[in-house]
Design a protein around this ligand. Structure first.
Ligand code: ARG
Length: 472
């Protein structure tokens, strides 16, 4: 059959089929509308496969050269936007192969020797995702650096730390930011951990059972950079598993969903803090919008949207994990549905990380409002209890004593540190003038010197550790 004939029969699979697909079925089954974004990975995978076929003497050097030349031209055509994607050719793989056959004739038709779209698509998705994971890891580093910068500037700024969203104990704003640095550091770790299982080669599994051609799978793995830290090729070791499981994509999406959850928690805080009731921060205008009816409004749209988009990514995780459930071995067309959620997860996470790294530098901290809020909430009550313990009281008794003191202060509408010494001594005669040092916000902060605690000296140590870790 000439290559022209190959093109003409594009919608029928073989002589076996006696009627063409309906237009609706064609649209329903085609993925080229979205999977064309895998084109670079597809060509990369094809080049590695063809090189190995030639090295193994399965195709001739001349055919390999023709395949290389054809794929180079296709690359150029896609990059310049002249490549014609055809719905009739279903997906990215068939589109590229058909064009290669037009350009390279029989050599193009030999490219698919010992390969199936089943191992081809699994390879493409893995190659593409590996690159995205590396970009995302870099963006997570950028975000950590931005938050670290914010922490560094605000080590001495005190805000009320909350539990149950009730004022609990004073904390350093720098310390608060470092909590998020820890979260995003773990997200980056998770990305790199998932990468190890993404970066394994399915090619050679063919349709499901392996192939009768003498393929050198290790050679392909090495040329695609699917190697471990020691440089050893990483291969999927079971052909049925290689073409069918998408756990690597699910695992990545789970890591992405967690990253978004962390973003969402931060967003929630930024939104609360920017509200008039808190007034702890301001977010630069370029990240906010106004209201079309209320002239006084400035809304924190970016964190709100990020909080909303978290639901979308968590939804993709649910979609992907449910997609896998109930699939018998080996490849099923269900798996074509892995792409849109995976692509959207990557796009959403990348955009969100970028915008947050940028926004961190546009946050204005309002130390006075934060301190006032901490003062209002009896945030140093624990410090008074600790003070009494140091004077010899058992902690439970000290706790009870302080509860009475707080009740009195509340009734008077003042802070604990505003109660005169004589008043405080009514609760326990061991209280002396030095109590006022522990009742201040700063005294409370300074006292928390445990590793990972909020004392400014500890916060500075953590900042130094992170700076060293993130140095490039
Ligand atoms: N477009 C398909 C996918 O994304 C490629 C593999 C199709 N394989 C098949 N036997 N129909 O999964």
């Amino acid at each position: 059959m000439s290559h022209n004939q190959f093109e003409q029969k594009s919608q029928a699979w073989s002589a076996l089929f006696s009627e063409p697909m309906s237009d609706l079925v064609k649209r329903y089954t085609a993925s080229v509308g979205f999977d064309q974004r895998l084109w670079q990975a597809d060509i990369q995978g094809s080049l590695a496969h063809a090189e190995m076929l030639a090295a193994q003497g399965i195709v001739s050097a001349t055919d390999y050269a023709a395949i290389q030349k054809g794929l180079a031209q296709i690359t150029q055509e896609i990059e310049s936007g002249v490549f014609e994607w055809k719905l009739d050719l279903e997906d990215v793989h068939l589109n590229i192969e058909a064009r290669l056959t037009v350009l390279a004739g029989d050599a193009g038709k030999r490219l698919h020797t010992g390969r199936s779209r089943n191992d081809q698509v699994a390879t493409d998705v893995r190659l593409w995702l590996r690159g995205e994971i590396d970009l995302i890891t870099g963006l997570l580093v950028d975000l950590q650096k931005a938050l670290l910068g914010l922490a560094e500037k605000n080590v001495e700024v005190i805000l009320p730390g909350f539990t149950h969203l009730q004022v609990a104990q004073p904390v350093s704003f720098g310390h608060h930011m470092l909590a998020y640095v820890e979260m995003f550091a773990r997200d980056a770790e998770r990305m790199q951990d998932a990468r190890q299982r993404v970066n394994r080669l399915p090619l050679g599994a063919a349709a499901l059972a392996g192939t009768s051609y003498p393929l050198d799978r290790e050679r392909v793995a090495v040329s695609l950079g699917m190697v471990n830290a020691q440089g050893a090729p990483q291969l999927c070791q079971n052909s049925l598993d290689a073409v069918s499981d998408r756990d690597f994509a699910i695992e990545f999406t789970a890591a992405a969903a967690l990253g978004m959850v962390h973003i969402s928690r931060l967003s929630e805080e930024l939104i609360l803090w920017m509200s008039q009731s808190f007034g702890f921060i301001d977010i630069a205008d370029r990240f906010c919008t106004g209201s079309s009816i209320m002239p006084q409004k400035k809304n924190p749209d970016v964190p709100e949207l990020a909080r909303g988009k978290t639901g979308r990514v968590v939804g993709h995780l649910m979609g992907l994990i449910t997609l896998m459930k109930g699939q018998p071995l080996a490849y099923n067309k269900d798996n074509q549905e892995d792409k849109e959620p995976l692509f959207d997860t990557v796009d959403t996470l990348k955009d969100t990380l970028r915008i947050f790294a940028d926004m961190a530098s546009g946050i204005t901290v309002k130390p006075d409002a934060m301190e006032q809020a901490a003062l209002k909430g009896y945030a140093t009550a624990t410090d008074l209890a600790d003070y009494l313990v140091k004077k010899g009281l058992p902690f439970r008794d000290a706790h009870e004593t302080v509860a009475h003191a707080v009740k009195t202060a509340m009734a008077k509408g003042v802070d604990l540190s505003s109660l005169p010494l004589a008043e405080l001594q009514k609760f326990n005669p061991a209280i002396t003038q030095d109590v006022y040092q522990v009742l201040t916000l700063r005294g409370s902060l300074e006292a928390r010197q445990t590793l990972g605690g909020t004392a400014p000296a500890q916060v500075r140590q953590q900042i130094a550790r992170h700076n060293k870790r993130l140095q490039t």
